[in-house]
Ligand binder design. Structure first.
Ligand SMILES: [Zn+2]
Length: 452
């Protein structure tokens, strides 16, 4: 089935129509040849995909698709014409591409995107934005535009413009609305052109703290307990993009007063925090993860954040450090709290050390929030999805005496789960149900992220 995302929408052609009446009639004309004028139209659910009436060809699409592609009209129009001019100029014209790029960045920030994807397919250059964790086609442009924009981005982020056969990564800054934004760029050649991903590092994330991250009340009070610790190990688990880093930073900020030395090992450092020694892993020059770990205790730290426990060695250092009077925070790849314990078993850690140092295991996901501007009716603020922003749903496992001895005895995971169930342990699903009952999110969204 064809969707709007398969077509180049000619915004110059579209601008000849009255925008208001297009919006009212849920109609989006996208091409005109001598026989047909082609439209996208929301025809309801009972019609076939393509309907022809009086030399008008309709392609049936959802109303939210039409609304989305008609939103930000001025921006889309400007971006479209700038790209067209850049493609049609005989020499690479920096003004067009420069204006295009800056407009694209500004628009993406306004739309709260975390990443901009510029991709190449057989006939198109596609720009997609990741907003609240979900990629959405923002619009399609001429295939030829891919090379032009990739050269410009390489120049802008000090990369090798001539290099089109190997992967490159870089960084750049951009000022917008009196704020400085940092960006990370990755460019990789594909069989159909270059794939460019620009990550927007939202410096406002640094302002987030455990009180304004939308944790449920009971989770918040448990997290406040963790901050009172002076030694031991706290592990946080969840897949990539589950908000682990934001939670870890929020906890670090609570711990951050000038009486403590805090060191972090990150790959890479995403946000800078005042008064914290943040170390960026740099394998190219030999500042490896292992090398930093070996030396970190000589820095006389009180608190250490290890970006990720990725192997037996990093776990060993984390355990040693937490046994010798340091508080260690680290993230680890696993699905929930009990699985985290099994991951520790797999990493062949000393059971006595784990049983004696592990204090808390935290697991989390992010759940989409119902748009407060339209309460699910779909509006421009939520890009016609009905959802805006995300909240964490969390499971916290406090390692008490019982759990600690079960770890020491290397008990079956099922036994640990049974024990927790008997003791009314709250899972991530339980925390999600609080969000559903408070009408912050929906059961459908919860079931999408937690498969029972
Ligand atoms: Zn809305």
């Amino acid at each position: 089935m064809q969707t709007i995302s398969d077509f180049i929408i000619d915004y110059e052609f579209l601008s000849k129509y009255d925008l208001k009446s297009l919006q009212q009639n849920l109609l989006l004309p996208f091409a005109n040849d001598t026989i047909y004028t082609k439209y996208f139209k929301c025809l309801g659910s009972n019609t076939s995909n393509i309907v022809e009436k009086n030399l008008i060809q309709y392609i049936d699409v959802s109303s939210s698709d039409i609304n989305f592609f008609l939103s930000d009209f001025k921006h889309r129009y400007d971006l479209f014409s700038l790209s067209k001019r850049a493609v049609n100029s005989e020499n690479i014209n920096h003004t067009f591409i420069e204006d295009f790029f800056s407009l694209l960045i500004k628009n993406s920030i306004k739309k709260r995107a975390s990443d901009i994807h510029i991709e190449s397919s057989e006939f198109l250059t596609t720009i997609r934005l990741r907003i609240d964790g979900i990629l959405k086609v923002f619009f399609n442009l001429d295939k030829k535009f891919n090379t032009i924009i990739s050269s410009y981005i390489k120049m802008y982020s000090n990369l090798d413009i001539a290099q089109r056969r190997l992967a490159q990564d870089g960084r750049f800054n951009f000022n917008f609305d009196d704020e400085k934004y940092d960006f990370r760029v990755s460019i990789i050649p594909t069989i159909l052109g270059e794939s460019i991903v620009i990550r927007i590092l939202d410096n406002k994330s640094v302002e987030k703290n455990i009180s304004n991250l939308n944790f449920s009340k009971n989770i918040l009070s448990t997290l406040k307990e963790t901050i009172k610790l002076t030694q031991g190990l706290i592990l946080i688990s969840g897949p990539t993009g589950s908000g682990k880093t934001t939670t870890l930073y929020a906890i670090l900020k609570e711990l951050n007063n000038n009486t403590k030395k805090i060191i972090t090992i990150e790959d890479p450092v995403e946000y800078k925090i005042k008064n914290i020694q943040q170390i960026n892993i740099n394998d190219k020059i030999g500042l490896s993860f292992e090398n930093i770990l070996k030396n970190i205790l000589r820095q006389d730290p009180d608190i250490i954040l290890i970006g990720e426990i990725r192997d037996t060695f990093s776990l060993k250092i984390a355990l040693q450090a937490s046994l010798t009077g340091h508080l260690v925070l680290a993230s680890i790849h696993s699905n929930d709290c009990v699985e985290t314990i099994s991951r520790l078993f797999d990493l062949d850690a000393d059971l006595f050390l784990i049983a004696n140092t592990l204090k808390y295991v935290i697991s989390q996901r992010l759940i989409l929030n119902i748009c407060q501007y339209c309460k699910n009716k779909k509006c421009e603020k939520c890009n016609f999805t009905g959802f805006i922003n995300r909240s964490p749903i969390v499971e916290v496992l406090k390692i008490n005496k019982n759990i600690s001895s079960m770890i020491y005895e290397k008990q079956d995971l099922e036994k640990i789960r049974e024990f927790l169930q008997k003791n009314k342990h709250k899972t991530m699903f339980d925390d999600g149900m609080i969000k559903v009952n408070e009408q912050i999110s929906t059961l459908e969204e919860l079931q999408k992220i937690i498969h029972l």
